[in-house]
Ligand binder design. Structure first.
Ligand code: SF4
Ligand code: SF4
Length: 110
């Protein structure tokens, strides 16, 4: 199940990412892990809580379900990785929403 979401994200997001080889293969160092991979089940659940045409509504849930679990977010809810545009999840979140909702739609209409 999670694999389907990951494949959809690889196709739609990772191919466009600045940290990829252009074919969707992640080039982050082995000791770095992208939040997309680290928190995929939580990301999917946070997106499924929302039905809105405003990305801000999804961001509220993302911060609540994912960023609070992430070691990069501080107690005042800031994140230096996000502020430096170094979080792939945050950078491409609108595309990630599309990928997750596409999988869910395909599943509903199957
Ligand atoms: S950094 Fe994240 S979004 Fe970018 S290619 Fe790697 S896994 Fe995908
Ligand atoms: S925006 Fe920051 S706190 Fe949220 S997932 Fe990315 S690195 Fe973690």
């Amino acid at each position: 199940m999670t694999e389907q979401y990951l494949q959809a994200i690889r196709k739609r997001v990772c191919v466009r990412c600045i940290d990829t080889d252009g074919k969707g293969n992640c080039l982050l160092h082995k000791d770095e892990i992208c939040a997309v991979e680290e928190f995929l089940p939580e990301i999917v659940r946070s997106i499924q809580q929302v039905q809105s045409d405003k990305v801000e509504d999804y961001v509220v849930e993302l911060r609540k379900f994912v960023c609070t679990e992430c070691r990069h977010q501080t107690e005042d809810e800031t994140c230096i990785v996000r502020n430096n545009l170094d979080c792939g999840l945050d950078r491409y979140f609108p595309l990630i929403i599309e990928a997750v909702e596409e999988v869910d739609l395909a599943r509903k209409s199957a």
